[in-house]
Design a protein around this ligand. Sequence first.
Ligand SMILES: Cc1cc2nc3c(=O)[nH]c(=O)nc-3n(C[C@H](O)[C@H](O)[C@H](O)COP(=O)(O)OP(=O)(O)OC[C@H]3O[C@@H](n4cnc5c(N)ncnc54)[C@H](O)[C@@H]3O)c2cc1C
Length: 341
Amino acid sequence: MRDFAYARAGTAEEAAGALADPRTSVIAGGTELLNWFRLGIAAPDRVVDIGGLDELRRIDRDGDELRIGALATLNEIGEHPLVTQAAGALASACLQAASAQIRNRATIGGNVLQRTRCPYFRAEEPLPWPCNKRDPGSGCASLAGRHERQAIFGWTRDCVAVQPSDPAVALAMLDAQADVLGPAGPRTIPMREFHLTQREAAEAGQPMRETRLEPGELITGYRLPASSDGQAYVKVRERASYEYAIVSAAAAVRLEEARAAGAREQRIAAARVALGSVAQRPWRLAAAEAELPGLPLTREALIPVIERAMADAVPLPQNGFKVLMARNAAVRALLAAGGAR
Ligand SMILES: Cc1cc2nc3c(=O)[nH]c(=O)nc-3n(C[C@H](O)[C@H](O)[C@H](O)COP(=O)(O)OP(=O)(O)OC[C@H]3O[C@@H](n4cnc5c(N)ncnc54)[C@H](O)[C@@H]3O)c2cc1C
């Protein structure tokens, strides 16, 4: 363990100011950062604790907008009536993450900044294999080794990892915005663009960059439109709790009465759907969202639409099963969001 200096931030501005020094990290719940210390993934000289900034912990509603502070914990969000009523997919994603103990400390600000669970990346120092995220230019051991849990969209030969956050998938599906405070002042980042695939990062000339958060920026909270649409979050995993997703899907559906062949029936008026753990960012199925209005909410109607929207998936040799699994998760999430079985 390396020594580091510890300080408590008195204000969000003070924390953002401290972050301007690249040798400083902020710590919120510490459930991710402390693991990075142990593994040698991070070794800051100074740690600034933002845990006392109560103004970043609030969950409230301003008209049609739900506001969630970056320090709200996953359990606080998952159990808050404003969130369960107006952003049910987010509440469900928070409560399906990690374990009850971890959810009591894990914040929503730190959650979207968690890093991949790729076992080659998460190894203890000194790293016994190549990993471009840990040692740029060394290669990707997962590509030649085990990669059944890795990406089916947006990967490059430099890295095939996925972003494992559950709440990030719901935030992207719900068109949330992250409020951030940095050296250039406050700005917002749409959550559907917050994370970068490896391909997007390479095109931007920074192949290992994972988010659009700039160095020195602090997430202060999220804003999302309060929605009366039915919502669901489906997480497929190897056991029912305390496990990361193999794939997941968040969906919101609004139905309307329509007349078909002389009878009245329910049709989709609007739908949103995003996949998780299939890429280094939540994967919104925009093509499906454009096709779904007017269709009945049935498995038979949904499957071809989701398959067309996922036609550009490029699975690796060991993870072709994720394409079918993600398709089924999306269909289940849409059916559940619309109240169908
Ligand atoms: C055993 C285990 C199981 C887990 N399972 C799941 C799971 O199933 N699903 C899931 O989604 N997650 C899971 N997680 C991840 C967990 O939810 C995250 O570790 C947690 O949300 C991170 O929040 P934190 O406050 O502890 O972040 P910290 O560890 O304090 O910080 C993490 C990173 O974010 C930065 N940071 C924190 N807050 C801010 C901010 N406001 N602005 C800018 N930077 C910030 C820190 O500097 C650091 O770089 C699991 C974690 C563990 C340990």
